[in-house]
Design a protein around this ligand. Structure first.
Ligand SMILES: NC(=O)c1ccc[n+]([C@@H]2O[C@H](COP(=O)([O-])OP(=O)(O)OC[C@H]3O[C@@H](n4cnc5c(N)ncnc54)[C@H](OP(=O)(O)O)[C@@H]3O)[C@@H](O)[C@H]2O)c1
Length: 255
């Protein structure tokens, strides 16, 4: 089977869904040549599990990247470039996220709103902006017009509860988180339109409700199961899936 992509960058990969993405990518029968496992504090205690994994796999490169700090994002680009040795970056997975859990209107706090938007909206768009030259380069390396993760793609890890069209009244409003993911979805659509001519696909993916620090133990889905599904979905993305909002099983979600 062809590799999902030759080079993949994952933000927020030191725990949760990001860490499991890196773990399953490296265990594929045909793993990516380069996996850039980024995290904001690689040398702190939270980076240890990622370093332990990277020590066993030379194709994992641990890279410092704080999505809220543009200078950190900018500094990560030449580090990634130095490993790619003239080649482009095929797949960027904007996974890092935050949920300040302001459940009801009475809980809403300006700083929480700004923090969720900073991580979940401003973060991903800045990461795309800074890595765009490497994504564009990757897109020119394949002759096929068909969009795919093997060519060049951006995946924004979004959430079903950011859906306006499929608004779920059984879930608390969670104003800051839900509105930040709705905004991220708008970014996905804008990018899919703007970058189509450059051969770059952009899709929002909902991982399911997953047992992680964010999803909590109450979640029905294991992180292993969610990521297995996500990776299957990514392998099947094509020109028709750019600008789509899909769940971890590949089902379409209303915006
Ligand atoms: N779990 C679910 O049920 C669920 C459902 C729908 C969508 N999602 C989305 O899936 C993605 C991953 O969630 P998760 O469940 O794996 O969450 P998680 O276990 O809380 O992990 C979040 C990850 O994001 C990183 N991160 C947070 N802020 C960051 C920043 N400013 N810069 C760089 N990294 C940052 C964290 O790093 P630190 O360790 O440094 O904090 C951590 O690696 C998120 O976008 C989330 O919104 C999750």
């Amino acid at each position: 089977m062809a590799p999902l992509a030759h080079s993949i960058l994952v933000t927020g990969s030191n725990r949760g869904i990001g860490m499991e993405l890196v773990r399953q990518l490296v265990e594929m029968t045909d793993p990516p040549e380069h996996i850039f496992a980024t995290c904001r504090n690689p040398d702190g205690p939270r980076g240890k599990a990622l370093h332990d994994l990277a020590d066993k796999h030379p194709n994992i490169h641990v890279v410092q990247l704080e999505v809220e700090d543009q200078s950190s994002v900018k500094a990560a680009v030449p580090v990634v470039e130095s490993h790619l040795k003239g080649k482009g970056l095929n797949l960027l997975i904007n996974n890092a996220g935050r949920n300040s859990c302001t459940l009801l209107l009475e809980d809403v706090d300006q700083q929480d709103m700004l923090s969720d938007f900073s991580t979940n909206v401003a973060g991903p768009i800045i990461v795309v902006k800074e890595f765009l030259p490497l994504l564009k380069r990757a897109a020119t390396e394949t002759t096929t017009e068909e969009l795919s993760c093997r060519k060049a793609a951006i995946i924004n890890v979004s959430s079903l509860i950011g859906s306006i069209g499929g608004f779920d009244v059984s879930v608390p409003p969670m104003y800051s988180y839900r509105s930040s993911k709705a905004a991220l979805n708008m970014i996905t659509i804008c990018l899919s339109v703007e970058l189509k001519k450059d051969g770059i696909l952009c899709t929002s993916v909902h991982p399911g409700w997953v047992k992680t620090d964010m999803g909590t133990e109450k979640a029905p889905l294991t992180v292993q199961c969610s990521v297995q599904g996500i990776l299957k979905v990514l392998a099947n993305l094509s020109s028709s899936s750019t600008g789509a909002f899909l769940d971890w099983k590949g089902n379409s979600i209303p915006w």
